[in-house]
Design a protein around this ligand. Sequence first.
Ligand code: ATP
Length: 365
Amino acid sequence: MARIRFENVEKKYANGFHAVKDLNLDIRDKEFLVLLGPSGCGKSTTLNMIAGLEEVSDGNLLFDDELVNYTPPHKRDVAMVFQSYALYPHKTVFDNIAFGLQMRKAPRAEIETRVRDAARKLEIEHLLDRRPSQLSGGQRQRVALGRAMVRDPAVFLMDEPLSNLDAALRISMRAEIKELHQQMQTTFVYVTHDQAEALTLADRIVVMRDGVVQQIGSPDDIYERPKNTFVASFLGSPPINYIDGVIEDRNGDGVKFVRGDLMLTLPEEIAAKLRHSDRREVRLGIRAEDVDEAAQGGEGTIIRGKVNSVLPVGSDQFLGFDFYGEELFFRVSKDLSHKVGEDVALSVDLNRLHLFDKDSGQSLL
Ligand code: ATP
């Protein structure tokens, strides 16, 4: 059992840098939790506090109900996998995996069983006699995972473990890590700046910025219901499109979002949240995939612009779309032929719109 709780946790480094601010987070037993955010947002610092590699400056860190602020790393029952793998170059794969157990003076037979068991799960049994230099990046990563697995920790901590791998291998290793989590039935805390990785792996994602949690939720929550423009922009590829405009709610014929010639009639569910908002300045968010060819939508759903660029991406294509001098990106079917310079009308899926306060960036939905 391993539940990890941060209560009002602060981290200030010795030079005074405030890396983590008022962190409140309850990581559930057996959960796969991903800390996501741009470089420098404090995700590694948060992970290192769990590992005991960084001290908590203020607040409480609890494992189950026990305060661990001052518990040294080796007494925390956690195993950490680093981006650099941290393998011993002169040791064989077997000895690299066995290292922690050998240090603990575990019986030989137990070491043998555990190492072979982990190697079988990771499909590297045939590599046990090799040295790290004789392995591919993906194989090295598996050895690093194996070393963490044999310790059978209550908590697995991973700091960007896949970032040194090429794109294809990263995707297959994602699947393996997910499977590993299911097999191990332990709590995983995983740091990444890669939104796609977070969406694939996580039970819940914590999005951080400048040491402050922006949102905690399931991948679906974070993607579909971002709380602010930072979260909305950080997830999704290409990034969400924004159009600044105003709300109109005057003529009794529905609540509209207006920008120049664009007038979108907001569905009742969204309109209900914008009562008394006439002339309010807002930022509309439309994800690239939430448009379709105009023929399928009626007035009040259509956005018109000019094609700036056509970018085929195999299964479909992205249209760079000039709208009042700003470039928006939409994803459309690859069967549609569009040419640069051509006028295009797309219908917007109104039920999937995002609306933010223009100044604060907070969601209005
Ligand atoms: P990355 O993805 O680049 O590793 P991160 O989100 O994991 O970023 P952290 O490593 O947690 O970020 O660092 C958060 C902030 O704290 C950064 O601005 C970093 O420069 C600063 N920082 C990290 N370690 C120290 C330290 N020992 N002393 C002072 N500042 C530090």
